[in-house]
Design a protein around this ligand. Structure first.
Ligand SMILES: Nc1ncnc2c1ncn2[C@@H]1O[C@H](COP(=O)(O)OP(=O)(O)O)[C@@H](O)[C@H]1O
Ligand SMILES: O=P(O)(O)OC[C@H]1O[C@](O)(COP(=O)(O)O)[C@@H](O)[C@@H]1O
Length: 314
C-alpha cells in the first residue's frame, strides 16, 4: 500500500459516546452504573481511528459544536488524527450506550444532534471539495444532523465521482436510500438497514445475497452486509462470501460496523483479494466488538486473528 494515499472520512453528526456498564439492565427501573467511559464517536470518526491504527494517512472531516465538539477535536488530536470539524451552533450530542453485563447486549440511545443551516453546509461543501480532490477514498458515515437535506450524501458522492474518487457510504434510512442513487463504490449496511432499504425481511442467507446483489445493479461495486454475531456477507458482481466471526465475549459492539468499513478501505488501498477483504472486515469488526466502549481494533490484533475467520462461498 502506498502510505501517501490519503483518505478522508466525513462525520456530519459526531458524538461523544458515553458508555455505561450495568450488572443487569432494568427497563423502567433504577440502574446503578458500575463503570463509565467516554470516547470520540460517530461513524466517520471511528473509521478514522481504525485507519490511523492501520498506518493510513487519514483526516476526519465534518462538523462539531460547543464544548463537546472541542473534546472530540482534542481526543482526535491525542490519537494523532488530523481533523477538520467546522464549528456548528449549539452543542455536539452525547450518545449513551448501556452495556448489560448479564446479557452482553448494548442498548444505544443516540441524540439527534445540533441543528445546521444552509450557510454551514455550503461552507462544508467547499471544504469537502478541496479535501476530496487530494484524496483516494472518501468515507461518508452516520446520520445527518437536523436541518441537513436528506440528499446531502448524494451531493457529496456525486462530487467525488466526478473526480473519479471512490466513496464508501455507511448510513441508514433516507440518507442511505438517496445516497446510493449516486452509486457509491461500496456500502456497508447492517442487516436491519438493508431490510429497511429494500422493504423486506430476510430469513435465509440466500435472500440476503439476492438483496445485496440487487444493489450492485445500481453501479455499486461492493456491498458488505454486517449481521452482528451472525457475521457478515461480502458481495460483488462475481462473488458472494460469508464470514463467520470467531468466538468473543462482546464488551461493546459500538464501532464494530465502523471498523469493518475501515478494514474495507484498507483492503481496497492495499489491493487485497475479495476473500481477504471478507476476512479483514470480519476480523476488524469482531475484535472491536470484544473491546469496551467505542475503542477500536489495532492492526496487530486484526492480523493475528485473520486465520480464525471462517469463509463460506456461495
Ligand atoms: N456478539 C457478537 N459476537 C461476535 N462478533 C460480533 C458480535 N457483534 C458484532 N460482531 C462483529 O462485528 C461486526 C459488525 O457488527 P454489526 O452489529 O452487524 O454492525 P453495526 O454496528 O454496523 O450494526 C459483525 O459482522 C461481527 O463480525
Ligand atoms: O449517526 P448515528 O447513526 O446516530 O450513529 C452514531 C453512532 O454510531 C457509532 O459511530 C457506532 O457505529 P457502529 O456501531 O455502526 O460501528 C457511534 O460511535 C455513534 O454514537
Amino acid at each position: 500500500m502506498k502510505p501517501a494515499e490519503p483518505v478522508i472520512t466525513v462525520t456530519l453528526n459526531p458524538a461523544l459516546d458515553k458508555t455505561v456498564t450495568l450488572e443487569k439492565f432494568e427497563y423502567g427501573g433504577l440502574n446503578r452504573i458500575k463503570e463509565i467511559r467516554t470516547d470520540a464517536g460517530g461513524k466517520g470518526i471511528n473509521v478514522a481511528k481504525v485507519l490511523r491504527h492501520f498506518g493510513v494517512n487519514v483526516s476526519a472531516l465534518g462538523l462539531a459544536a460547543g464544548y463537546q465538539g472541542q473534546v472530540i477535536r482534542d481526543k482526535l488530536h491525542g490519537l494523532g488524527i488530523r481533523s477538520v470539524l467546522l464549528e456548528a451552533i449549539g452543542e455536539t450530542r452525547v450518545n449513551l450506550k448501556a452495556v448489560d453485563e448479564s446479557t452482553k447486549q448494548t442498548t444505544e440511545l443516540n441524540e439527534p444532534g445540533f441543528i445546521v443551516d444552509d450557510l454551514l453546509l455550503g461552507q462544508f461543501l467547499d471544504t469537502y471539495k478541496a479535501e476530496a480532490a487530494e484524496s483516494s477514498i472518501v468515507v461518508l458515515g452516520g446520520s445527518l444532523p437536523p436541518g441537513t437535506p436528506p440528499d446531502y450524501y448524494r451531493t457529496l458522492i456525486e462530487n467525488a465521482r466526478s473526480k473519479s474518487i471512490r466513496t464508501v457510504l455507511d448510513a441508514d434510512g433516507v440518507a442511505l436510500a438517496l445516497g446510493i442513487e449516486a452509486a457509491p463504490f461500496a456500502i456497508k449496511p447492517n442487516i436491519h438497514e438493508l431490510e429497511t432499504l429494500l422493504g423486506a425481511t430476510f430469513d435465509r442467507i440466500e435472500h440476503v445475497i439476492d438483496a445485496a446483489r440487487s444493489l450492485l445493479d445500481r453501479g455499486i461495486e461492493y456491498v458488505l452486509v454486517s449481521m452482528g454475531a451472525e457475521g457478515s456477507l461480502l458481495v460483488n458482481k462475481d462473488k458472494a462470501v460469508r464470514a463467520s466471526p470467531f468466538p468473543i465475549t462482546p464488551l461493546s459492539t459500538v464501532g464494530a460496523g465502523d471498523s469493518m468499513v475501515a478494514a474495507m478501505v484498507y483492503s481496497i488501498l492495499s489491493g487485497k483479494s475479495f476473500e481477504d477483504m471478507a476476512r479483514w472486515t470480519s476480523a476488524a469488526g469482531t475484535i472491536t466488538a470484544s473491546k469496551p466502549g467505542t475503542q477500536v481494533c489495532t492492526l496487530q490484533e486484526v492480523q493475528d486473528s485473520i486465520p480464525m475467520v471462517k469463509l463460506t462461498h456461495f
